[in-house]
Design a binder for this molecule. Structure first.
Ligand code: FAD
Length: 424
């Protein structure tokens, strides 16, 4: 049996995405001995790698909402829809899907959105403090996000729905198309394509992978040991506690374990009989060089009709979106990005060099109700930091800090009611 370092480390973090690295950082800051196990050659290579980049506190709404069942149904015959649902015989999809549908009521939507919002708001504060303290570079922008609408009825309907986050402390303003162009002049050529927007001025954006890799370096400076290229096959545990992590590079032992393996967490937990209600929902992104063009946005933008997100990352423009149910498949073809390019050329015709795309696809670790799973289950030394779905970048710093506080025996900065495994 391989024992990390001189003795058992205080905590092993399983997974080196944004969630795992943030957890490791706050544990190390609290003075703990920490190790991270990651199968890739460096941090942030999987879902964190090329996500939409939006720190979207204003967009903390869960996907399980009253109109979601109809959207899923319509997607069955709309090939180019932002949602791509193809029923399969996968029992995990059906088990997850039934729970998802049960959460598509107005009352559950409200409860679940407020749970997401609680963590997202907290994370925003924690991230601002970290940025201030470390000056960590990640091509960040702090000019807000414009959620752009092409249909007046949808804008009106959404403005009412957004009142929920506004009533809970997030600045949200409804803007006309002309006002939106004043906020983001790059939308000027498309001012006849949309009717208005909802502007969330405190939202931000940045490159989650760049952030994660810089934070991993800061972690190393604090003594965190990263073991890359080690694939975790499972855990060993007795009835009360986890005893070790089993990998193809040997077994690792610690006092505490933090599961932060994104969409792959359920298979690791299953090795000790723990079932986690997380299903992978595939998303796509494409990144192009701006290449001196003048029409790229400097504010984050989401086209609410096509559900394509646009984010400027330094001298790159990233487009991201699509929710596809295709299990653990992360493959992609150029034609998968047709809707994104169409939306980009409509809203930002001079936004970037669309002929030099870098394509990518990965899996959002989604719970059926929306909020992540944090805290402990039945094993006293196993902490979950999983299931952040479409908001893992938004929630990363806060989620990491919460778990570090729990392990240190400190009261976390937010109430964890509704954010633990107990709700399932
Ligand atoms: C297209 C797209 C757009 C998105 N846009 C946004 C956005 O704009 N804003 C936002 O807040 N969120 C966004 N998200 C969601 C966000 O990217 C995720 O919630 C977040 O990256 C999850 O982080 P994670 O650390 O849990 O997972 P990951 O980044 O996947 O990290 C998990 C790590 O665990 C490792 N691992 C897994 N299994 C094993 C194993 N068996 N052994 C060893 N290592 C293992 C993996 O290699 C990986 O590095 C988007 C997601 C997608 C797909």
């Amino acid at each position: 049996m391989y024992r990390e370092g001189r003795g058992a480390v205080k905590a092993i973090v399983l997974g080196g995405g944004v969630i795992g690295v943030c957890t490791a950082y706050y544990l190390a800051k609290a003075g703990h001995e920490v190790a991270v196990i990651e199968r890739q050659p460096e941090a942030g290579c999987e879902t964190t790698f090329a996500n939409g980049g939006l720190i979207a506190v204003g967009h903390a709404a869960t996907w399980a909402e009253p109109s979601a069942p109809l959207m899923l149904l319509k997607s069955l015959w709309q090939a180019d829809s932002a949602i791509r649902f193809r029923p399969s015989l996968d029992p995990a999809l059906w088990a997850w899907g039934l729970r998802f549908l049960a959460n598509c009521t107005a009352q559950r939507y409200r409860v679940n959105t407020l749970r997401n919002l609680r963590l997202s708001k907290y994370s925003h504060e924690v991230m601002a403090a970290l940025r201030e303290e470390t000056q960590i570079p990640y091509d960040e922008a702090t000019k807000g996000i414009l959620y752009v609408y092409r249909d007046p009825a949808r804008l009106e309907h959404s403005a009412k729905a957004w009142a929920l986050v506004r009533d809970h402390g997030v600045a949200v303003e409804v803007k006309s198309a002309a006002e939106s162009v004043r906020i983001e002049p790059a939308l000027a050529p498309a001012s006849d394509k949309f009717v208005g927007a909802i502007y969330s001025p405190s939202d931000e954006s940045g490159d989650a992978c760049m952030f994660t890799r810089h934070l991993a370096k800061l972690c190393e400076g604090l003594g965190v040991r990263f073991t890359y290229g080690a694939s975790i096959s499972g855990l060993k545990a007795n009835a009360e506690a986890v005893e070790s992590v089993v990998t193809d590079k040997g077994e690792f032992v610690a006092d505490n374990y933090v599961l932060a393996a994104g969409s792959y967490s359920p298979s690791i937990a299953r090795s000790i009989g723990v079932r986690l209600p997380i299903y992978p929902i595939k998303g796509y992104s494409v990144t192009v060089p701006i290449g001196g063009r003048q029409g790229a946005p400097t504010v984050g933008v989401i086209d609410e009709s096509t559900r394509v997100a646009f984010v400027r990352l330094g001298e790159r423009l990233r487009l991201a979106g699509i929710a596809e149910f295709s299990g653990y498949d992360t493959s992609y073809k150029p034609r998968d990005f047709g809707t994104m390019f169409k939306a980009a050329k409509e809203l930002f015709p001079d936004g970037g060099d669309y002929d030099r795309p870098e394509f990518w696809a990965c899996l959002r670790p989604m719970t059926p109700d929306g909020p992540p799973i944090m805290g402990r289950g039945r094993h006293r030394n196993l902490y979950f930091n999983i299931g952040h779905g479409h908001l893992g970048w938004t929630m990363g710093c806060g989620a990491g800090r919460v778990i570090a506080d729990l392990i240190a025996g400190r009261r976390p900065g937010i109430d964890l009611d509704g954010l633990t495994i107990d709700r399932f």
